[in-house]
Design a protein around this ligand. Structure first.
Ligand code: NAD
Length: 422
């Protein structure tokens, strides 16, 4: 009987773990080699990064070209398994370039740590006390990370909210921490844990429960806007089509989820390529999109007086260029390719990429439809699924695209014929 209950798995070497996996899943030697072939990440590094490591998983890395942001040229590495994303971003950036490129800005890199205090009878009294004695709280927080402090970061301010919940009213203290070039959750979690007893003392009542970073990083935002000339994107009809698509997303959460997913195609791919936390960025983006009580697009589309299309975006960007997993060797090289000098600059790149990605998707949707761009790569995937290998992949793909029958069953038939001919 195969059992997934393997005690002390974490104590084994990678080879020992692989042996177990091989037996459990009947892997061939070749498949084990595939797992061990970890691209740019050494197996011993993988083993230090997470628990129970057995290998590393690679994704294609593509470079988005044509990006000019605040007058500076960027080549943007994107790690993603989905076809058309890199091409879409590059193409949209080329069009934005004709309108003067992307104009981006950002706030200071301020993260929020939350401390939850429950069971206070008179929470508004406690709130007033906490705010009046914030310097004591900030002092304790800032004793936790002298290095961050020396770099100009650290806890800068607090917010105190009284919220109604299913259990009772609660006091939620936000510690606002400038984490400089780190994403910062470890830093702020440490600070939140350190200040919790002082918060309980000042409130003079209640019990502290959670002390943890918030992924809704509303004080760490990046913004970008760009002008997309009407004549380059295909004229007035295309501009109007994009505006209708935007209005659709604004009015309908079913469409809006896909609108924002398209934006995150670009953002998450750069986040992944720099070994930042894609889940944190996704959670933050979607929560931010709902911040006014209704799920809304992360971008905004308008027509200017000349009839050109103007797009803008505002997103939370909790990313770092130091700390966390950014020591991943490929991420380091990707950061070097990007040439960003601060976490803020990386955030601004993310905003520009998200905007470009959205333009690419909306333009395709408002004109020829999304499938045309996807077709060739999709057809190659279908050909491979049908069993084609090497140059036969392209041959089968070409035929099924021409026939407009991009289906595995047809790909199999075409493949059989081609093989029989040989
Ligand atoms: P970290 O703790 O590895 O590094 C941050 C530290 O680096 C700082 O405390 C500082 O002392 C030092 N440092 C050196 N140079 C710096 C500079 N220029 N700017 C800022 N700090 C500098 O990293 P982190 O950013 O706190 O943690 C990131 C990791 O935490 C990610 O991998 C993420 O996945 C994970 N994480 C996420 C969550 C969440 O999102 N909810 C929660 C916990 C952990």
């Amino acid at each position: 009987m195969r059992s997934s209950r393997i005690s002390d798995f974490y104590k084994l070497s990678i080879d020992e773990r692989l042996k177990i996996i091989k037996e459990f899943s009947s892997l061939t030697d070749e498949e084990v080699e595939t797992l061990k072939n970890s691209g740019g990440l050494k197996l011993e590094d993988a083993d230090r990064m997470i628990e129970n490591a057995i290998g590393a998983f690679s994704l294609p890395v593509g470079i988005a070209v044509n990006f000019v942001i605040n007058g500076k040229d960027y080549l943007i590495p994107m790690a993603i398994e989905e076809p058309s994303v890199v091409a879409g971003a590059s193409n949209a950036a080329r069009i934005a370039g004709e309108g003067g490129g992307f104009h981006a800005s950002s706030t200071e890199p301020i993260m929020i740590a939350q401390v939850q205090l429950v069971g206070v009878q008179d929470p508004n009294r406690a709130r007033a006390e906490l705010l009046s004695r914030k310097e004591e709280i900030l002092k304790i927080a800032n004793e936790q990370d002298p290095l961050l402090l020396s770099l100009g970061g650290g806890a800068k301010d607090i917010e105190v909210r009284v919220i109604d919940t299913e259990m009772s009213q609660m006091i939620i203290v936000h510690l606002l921490v400038d984490t400089r070039d780190a994403m910062g959750p470890n830093v702020v979690n440490t600070m939140a844990e350190a200040v919790a007893p002082k918060i309980r003392e000042i409130a003079d009542a209640g019990t502290v429960y959670l002390r943890i970073v918030s992924n809704l990083a509303v004080h760490r935002l990046a913004r970008a806007w760009a002008l997309f000339p009407s004549k380059t994107i295909g004229g007035e009809d295309v501009v109007d089509g994009i505006l209708y698509a935007y209005a659709f997303a604004s009015a309908d959460p079913y469409r809006c989820a896909t609108h924002n997913k398209g934006i995150m195609n670009g953002i998450a791919a750069v986040v992944q390529a720099t070994a930042n936390d894609t889940r944190a960025i996704e959670a933050g983006a979607h929560a931010f999109a709902s911040i006014h009580g209704r799920y809304a697009p992360l971008t905004c589309w308008e027509k200017n007086a000349d009839g050109d299309l103007v797009g803008s975006i505002e997103v939370p960007v909790a990313v770092g260029i130091v700390g966390g997993a950014t020591r991943h060797p490929q991420a380091k090289v990707n950061l070097k390719i990007l040439g960003v000098k601060s976490s803020r600059e990386l955030g601004e790149v993310l905003a520009a990429v998200g905007l470009a990605q959205n333009l690419a998707a909306l333009r395709a949707l408002a004109t020829v439809g999304i499938q045309r761009g996807h077709m060739r790569l999709h057809a190659r995937n279908i050909a491979a699924m049908a069993g084609a290998k090497g140059e036969l992949i392209d041959k089968v793909a070409e035929i099924i695209v021409r026939e407009k029958k991009i289906r595995v069953d047809r790909a199999r038939e075409v493949l059989e014929k081609l093989v029989a001919k040989k």
